[in-house]
Design a protein around this ligand. Structure first.
Ligand SMILES: Cc1cc2nc3c(=O)[nH]c(=O)nc-3n(C[C@H](O)[C@H](O)[C@H](O)COP(=O)(O)OP(=O)(O)OC[C@H]3O[C@@H](n4cnc5c(N)ncnc54)[C@H](O)[C@@H]3O)c2cc1C
Length: 392
């Protein structure tokens, strides 16, 4: 892999026109970051509208990972959450699309100890009042993440795609990508060229694998990881159930969030999500609702008890999607092989943290493409660099 700062040693395409495959959180974030730098961006997506993939998740959390040694993942997620919250503040409506609610992390099975000597983060042991407000017993080990909150990914993707300079073309299934003299071409299944430009960013989640596999020297080990969220409407809850709802999201064994609009628009509650490896099917399943009921009973036992009846077929709704993972839980971002595949970049492999990471990855990709200072220290950026998957 070339040193990240070596961009200037290889001439990248000298134009500011890019294609992006995929209009989820990742593709829309790259498109927004490029357009804000004056680029002309064409986003192609096979779906008819936004949120066809994992970014159709009704709601999720932007919350940092913490570790005793403040490891790479902790530092990257902290930077990522900060970038997401700033973006949400700029583009979204607080209270309906996102909220800087803070997040209480219930520390199960001794996980996630706080670092002792890194004062720059905003995570602290939860106070007795916060633990009580979550309905947990007073001796429950818990962290409070002040710089964290919930986000509706579809809303964020939609807002990013509306940036002037971004053109979106729906119903454009890309079947293959091809390097031509000075450009990258994207082709449909019939071999017709859908578009071409000097720069191409592949941000089509797990489907990126099929597009990248034919390229020589590139092996990005993307995997699908199915997940299902269970949710219901606040209007269906009894007073006793409502009184038990924590006033902020709680995570630690999945996550519980309430008071956020469901896809139908009414205020709802949400618990998720399941994890199932090597499954590419996304129909909602009854057994996954049961798994989420048990998840809630572990995360928030008192609430789980009173909410058990809400998981029956009369009340519960579901949404399922595919996370796209990489072995070290860090995405593949930016140029994949500047020497042999100039102009080709990735922003994929967000795993279970796309809300926390995609905005930062979009900024990083745009900074690499625009040959400017990176938004992360180089020792962190190198852990995200797609070039780690190029064999040359
Ligand atoms: C159940 C569940 C819970 C989650 N909870 C959280 C959470 O709490 N916090 C968090 O940070 N993250 C969470 N995530 C992860 C987060 O949702 C994802 O990381 C993120 O949405 C991925 O965005 P993406 O743009 O990379 O992929 P996607 O949203 O999947 O977008 C890929 C896009 O590419 C398009 N596409 C695919 N193939 C082609 C093709 N050949 N041609 C053209 N277009 C194509 C698709 O139509 C799609 O629109 C969760 C995910 C799941 C499934």
């Amino acid at each position: 892999m070339l040193p990240i700062s070596a961009t200037s040693q290889i001439s990248p395409p000298d134009t500011h026109h890019a294609l992006v495959i995929g209009a989820g959180l990742s593709g829309s974030a790259v498109a927004h970051s490029l357009a804000m730098r004056g680029w002309s961006v064409t986003v192609l997506d096979q779906a008819e509208g936004v949120g066809a993939g994992a970014s159709g998740l009704p709601v999720g959390l932007a919350a940092p990972h913490v570790s005793p040694d403040d490891n790479v993942l902790s530092r990257i997620t902290r930077a990522g959450v900060k970038a997401t919250l700033q973006r949400a503040q700029t583009l979204l409506h607080s209270g309906t699309d996102w909220a800087l609610s803070g997040v209480l992390e219930h520390k199960l099975a001794g996980k996630r100890r706080l670092p002792t000597d890194h004062p720059q983060h905003h995570s602290t042991p939860a106070s007795a009042a916060q633990v009580a407000a979550a309905g947990l017993p007073p001796d429950t080990p818990a962290l409070w993440h002040a710089q964290a909150g919930w986000v509706r990914p579809r809303q964020l993707a939609l807002a990013q795609l509306q940036t002037p300079g971004v053109q979106v073309r729906w119903s454009q299934a890309v079947h293959s990508i091809e390097r031509r003299v000075q450009t990258w071409a994207v082709l449909n299944a019939q071999g017709h060229t859908l578009a071409q430009a000097p720069w191409l960013v592949v941000a089509s989640a797990f489907d990126s694998l099929a597009l990248l596999q034919p390229l020589p020297g590139v092996k990005v080990p993307l995997n699908p990881l199915r997940g299902q969220v269970s949710f219901g409407h606040m209007a269906d809850l009894t007073n006793a159930q409502r009184q038990r709802l924590p006033p902020f999201p709680v995570n630690g064994h999945g996550s519980f969030i309430s008071g956020v609009p469901t896809p139908e628009g009414q205020p709802g509650w949400f618990i998720g999500a399941t994890f199932e490896r090597d499954c590419t099917q996304t129909p909602v399943r009854v057994e996954d609702h049961l798994a989420n009921r048990l998840r809630l009973a572990t995360l928030l036992p008192a609430l789980g008890e009173v909410m058990a009846g809400q998981f029956g077929p009369d009340h519960v709704h579901g949404w399922a999607g595919l996370r796209c993972t990489l072995p070290n839980r860090l995405p593949a971002v930016g140029p994949i092989d500047r020497l042999h595949l100039p102009g080709l970049c990735l922003s994929t492999g967000m795993g279970a943290r796309g809300i926390s990471l995609a905005v930062l990855c979009g900024e990083l990709t745009a900074a690499w493409m625009n040959q400017e200072a990176l938004p992360l220290p180089e020792d962190l950026a190198k852990h995200l660099a797609a070039e780690r998957f190029a064999s040359a």
